[in-house]
Design a protein around this ligand. Sequence first.
Ligand SMILES: Nc1nc2c(c(=O)[nH]1)N[C@H]1C(S)=C(S)[C@@H](COP(=O)(O)O)O[C@H]1N2
Ligand SMILES: [Mo]
Length: 251
Amino acid sequence: MSDSPSKLPSPPPGPEADHGGAPVGRRVLLGMLGLGALGVAAGGPIQDVVAKGIDTVAQKDPTGLSDLLPGNRFRYYTVTSDTPEMDETTYRLQIGGMVDKQTTFRLSDLAALPQTRLVRDVQCVTGWRVPKTPFAGVRLSTLLDTVGVSPRAKAIRFSCFDGAYTESLTLEQARHPEVLVATSMEDKPVTHAHGGPVRLYVAPMYFYKSAKWLSGINVTDKVIPGYWERRGYDVDAWVGRSNGRDDAPTV
Ligand SMILES: Nc1nc2c(c(=O)[nH]1)N[C@H]1C(S)=C(S)[C@@H](COP(=O)(O)O)O[C@H]1N2
Ligand SMILES: [Mo]
């Protein structure tokens, strides 16, 4: 399959970029200020700066404001504000529902399991994309095998310690080898802003599937649509497929 998605699922009215947590509001504002400043510095309209690609500009930008710009850079998305910070002592991941042993994992428990590192392109449904981004952590399938999944189970419900965001995958999607419970992003521990210390990373799907601040993995008998899915996004979010299916070719 091609790396570049041919068709983006159309976002619902009031796309994610417009939603209103306080940090997002501030960042969008800062991003606009930075964009304006760079537009002036480059002596061209804002669109030119974006079209040329922010990468080059970003490397030279001493203000750091270009971290907030669209282009081949990350943007921070959150539907909440004031998400608590968790660390080695406070972080817990609970896996429960239709499992043999409900289990709580600390960061050290996750670190003790086999680690997988992937370098793939990140693609947000609103259009921005970050090529070749390393993520590492434990395969979700490994965790599911560790706790033992009921033969009647069909899906996974993910919850987050921001208290608001949720996500879902079918069990078959969840067992895809490129679905990680990630503790590392860009070869560093996942930062708080990016959903650390632990976020989900669903490499073959749009980035909204990659729940930040992951706190719960609940095995269920049916798909329960997640936060953006209740607002119109597809549950099947394979990048590059107009209607993803579980039997879609992988990677
Ligand atoms: N808990 C939580 N996870 C989330 C989101 C969110 O708002 N809250 N946004 C999703 C969306 S739409 C995207 S594009 C990515 C953004 O990840 P980033 O902030 O690390 O760039 O996180 C996804 N996971
Ligand atoms: Mo997104």
